[in-house]
Ligand binder design. Sequence first.
Ligand SMILES: Cc1ncc(COP(=O)(O)O)c(C=O)c1O
Length: 310
Amino acid sequence: MRDAPWNRYPDMHAEGVRSLLSRFLEWPADGIVVAPGSNFLVLALAMAARRVLDTSPSFAFYEGAARVTGTPYRAVRLGPDFGLPVDGLVREMDQGEAGVVFVASPHAPTGAVFPVPDVERVAEAARRRGWLLAIDEAYCQFSRTDLRPLARANPNVVVLRTFSKAFGLGGVRAGFLLAVPDVAAKVQAMLPPFDVPVHTAAVIETVLESPGRAEEVASGLATERDRVIAGLARHPTWRPHPSQANFFLVRTPDAEAAWRSLLARGILVRRQDHLPGLEGCLRVSVGTPRENDAFLAAAFEAGAEVGAGR
Ligand SMILES: Cc1ncc(COP(=O)(O)O)c(C=O)c1O
């Protein structure tokens, strides 16, 4: 960073980062678009599309991006056990103009990984109908899943990834999209030039000197996640949902009471009980082993308190 030419504009399209990503991910550099966070890529896709299709519940910014770009938005409820609602999505695709459908796998906020054949069915439906399927793999290092093969096989599929999660660089703001070159060029055209700053590029280029590090970090975190979920199995009233991400949902009898009880013990989690199908649910981010132990202790105390009528 000291050596970076701070007085100059950066590469127009983060060429240095793209060429390293190309090598690391075995993806043609002209099929990669880098942006200051994958949120910008979501925005670019929503801006370019005539319709946005989503699952419900979902990562909130798919709807947010549709709203700020004035793009008509529809969402289809997840199936039982948070499954991908393939038939519902395909039915929606058949209603009117083509657009972009967002599918996060692992899904947020459920943490579920969708079976590949289900995602493939949506991809095939998208191809036949001229839709674009954007597979958001923000959390893929925690699940050890990789849907790049779907995007290699189908030009109507793009993959979104980010440095914010497993790479632990949320503050740096960097994400990228993998697509066929033609689609990548169209997405790039929706973004302003020079949008990846010199310092962001310098950090990412340094991190990509040891790209396997994210997998190591993610693997340790996944072990912790499984330990916390297993620890909650003995809880009298709280029921964790299985997750493959770096967070999980836990269903409680009363989300507000549970949230307050945890907060009183210094633990901040996110209420999700306003979302369809997530009644009583809290979203818990997996932390360090010490933080996770503190969460477990607080969860058992909070559960006992709520159970005793507070
Ligand atoms: C599913 C999903 N996609 C994308 C993002 C945003 O990523 P970025 O920090 O790269 O903008 C998030 C962040 O919470 C997310 O949960």
